[in-house]
Design a binder for this molecule. Sequence first.
Ligand code: AKB
Length: 313
Amino acid sequence: MSNTKILVTGANGQIGRVLTTALREKYGKETVLATDITKIEGDIEPFEFLDILNTQRLKEIVQDYDITQVYHLAAILSASGEWNPVKTWNINLNGLLSILELAREKQMDRVFFPSTIAVFGNTTPRINTHQDVPLLPTTVYGMSKTSGELWCNYYHLKYGVDARSVRYPGIIGWQSLPAGGTTDYAVEIYHEALKSGKYECFLAENTRLPMMYMNDAIKATIDLMEAPKESLSLHYGYNLAAMSFTPAEIAAEIQKHIPDFKISYKPDFRQEIAASWSETIDDSQARKDWNWKPDFDLASMTVDMLKHLREIL
Ligand code: AKB
């Protein structure tokens, strides 16, 4: 790692905040440059403002900091993406293309691109979804991530760029709030359970979706990036799974700790998005290639979430 210099884009996002801290703990603070279009409070240095569409500024940063690895997290998520499809496409896809092009030019060591279960669509088998299945996403976010995976694969095949990717399920953590996603309810529900003892869910009670605790998401990301090149058979999104549950099931788990907690349901436009995604995922390729294995299930995640949120709320 001695010459390694890591760039994190979208470092102020739900995963970015936690991943930046984890990378700094592992490789040293000065090794990891955080960038985002907005700056969070507190000690986030080294930090640079970066609009991912400002290609000139991106080039300067890569040059000035001798960047050798990128974790490219800057993106607009599934629900927000539907309000502004063209902007979402531009940020999610053209941002990635700038990064891949720089990775090729500068012969970077490797690039991480977060994909998602939103690449799946109504033609994808929904139960135990395999790695290579029909992808016909219904959101612009899903379209941009599907195309992003293809571009990662293309840059790998054509130019030898070592692009690596996982298809994140919904990510749940106490450290940061998600914004604009369809799976956001699974974070909000814990906050509301502690603050008001009730939650109105924007998905229907039996909508089953794949989910993952933040600790596992960070572990998966770093493990994939550290895996030896020879062990990787895919340079597009690896399927990744930890648990799958419905709003009714997560509510029942919370009620084991907060018996008076009440949930009600008022599905909105996000219900249709959720209904187009998989329920459960087959992640055997990730398990085989780089020994992926999650640590948390719904019960252990709930204990840990409530413990940490009680301390900070
Ligand atoms: C979203 O809901 O948009 C994201 C995702 C599953 O990629 N959390």
